[in-house]
Design a protein around this ligand. Structure first.
Ligand code: CP
Length: 314
């Protein structure tokens, strides 16, 4: 494996899940595997979980992680090919990425979307510039359109939690938010849940359809109460408009999950990638109750990253 940027296949997902679960009970077993190697974790945007869990994962494999907050500590990057750099940008991505590639054995990049330039975001332009010019293996720490380490942790969590014999019913539900939020977590969760063979229903208000390249194969049910009936796992996430790109179309609080919403899903477990805005996206009642498996998801971020880095190390 050279790149970890999206869902590859069920076989690869199963391998990574198995590996992650092994590391969860044997976290330091491969302490020599990455000895003498460095991973550069490059953040163009804020993070808590991804930043800490990726460093811990690398340390568990004996690697040296170095974190750079490029948005605050690096030079302002120019992304456009052939740009005349006579404005605010100081360094071209092709120079910066090549330098970073020469310093590190693996690069891990977080680059959020603009939510203003739809075409550039869909092409994952900034993230792919790092892939193009760094010349080393690259791990996505969340790009404009995907968050695969989060999704792998989510699949690990579902596998740990699910004790049934049939396939679980998994529901991705939109939640209200006051800010325009990227589509990456919702896209990626959809991609991985479908790829791993889960029965997936997506529910959201009118005008919040996700990019169809991700939702093909999922059931779309715009009636949230209907969608939630008999759910085994409910993944809560806000995203902004895709057709009306990056726009907040509604903040209707009726979409915020409470116990009342789950009266016909008595065993449903509730998931969220975090950070979560309490009592806006999700109620205290759910987050602090027995259904919530958010902390397990967050813990599994370490082992998801460890499995991926280990696989890249070979
Ligand atoms: N879920 C997640 O990626 O969290 P951070 O943004 O804090 O890394």
């Amino acid at each position: 494996m050279k790149y970890f940027t999206k869902f590859d296949s069920k076989a690869v997902a199963d391998l990574l899940i198995e590996k992650a679960l092994f590391y969860k009970t044997n976290s330091r077993v491969d302490l020599n595997k990455g000895s003498g190697k460095r991973i550069g974790c490059i953040f163009l945007n804020p993070s808590l979980r991804t930043r800490a869990s990726t460093q811990i994962a690398a340390l568990n494999l004996g690697m040296e992680p170095i974190v750079m907050n490029m948005d605050k500590e690096g030079w302002a990057l120019e992304m456009k090919e052939g740009a005349v750099m006579n404005k605010g940008t100081v360094e071209h991505i092709k120079d910066a990425a090549a330098v970073l590639g020469s310093y590190f054995d693996i690069l891990a990049i977080r680059a959020f979307p603009s939510l203003t330039n739809k075409q550039e975001d869909i092409e994952d332009f900034i993230f792919n510039q790092f892939v193009k010019y760094s010349g080393v293996p690259v791990i996505s720490l969340e790009s404009a359109i995907r968050h695969p380490l989060q999704s792998l942790a989510d699949m690990i969590t579902i596998q740990e939690q699910w004790k049934g014999t049939k396939k679980p019913k998994v529901v991705l539900t939109w939640a209200p938010h006051i800010k325009a939020i990227p589509h990456a977590v919702a896209n990626s969760f959809t991609e991985w849940a479908l790829g791993c063979g889960h029965e997936l229903t997506i529910t959201h208000p009118q005008d919040y359809h996700l990019d169809p390249q991700f939702t093909k194969g999922a059931k779309i049910e715009l009636d949230q109460h209907k969608a939630l009936e008999d759910a085994d796992f409910v993944y809560v996430k806000n995203w902004s408009g895709f057709n009306d790109y990056g726009k907040i179309v509604t903040t209707d609080s009726a979409w915020m999950l409470t116990e009342k919403h789950l009266k016909h899903a008595k065993n449903a477990k509730v998931m969220h990638c975090l950070p979560v805005r309490r009592n806006l996206e999700l109620s205290d009642e759910i987050l602090d109750g027995k259904r919530s498996i958010i902390q397990q998801q967050a813990e599994n971020r370490i082992y998801a990253a460890q499995a991926v880095i280990s696989q890249i190390l070979g």
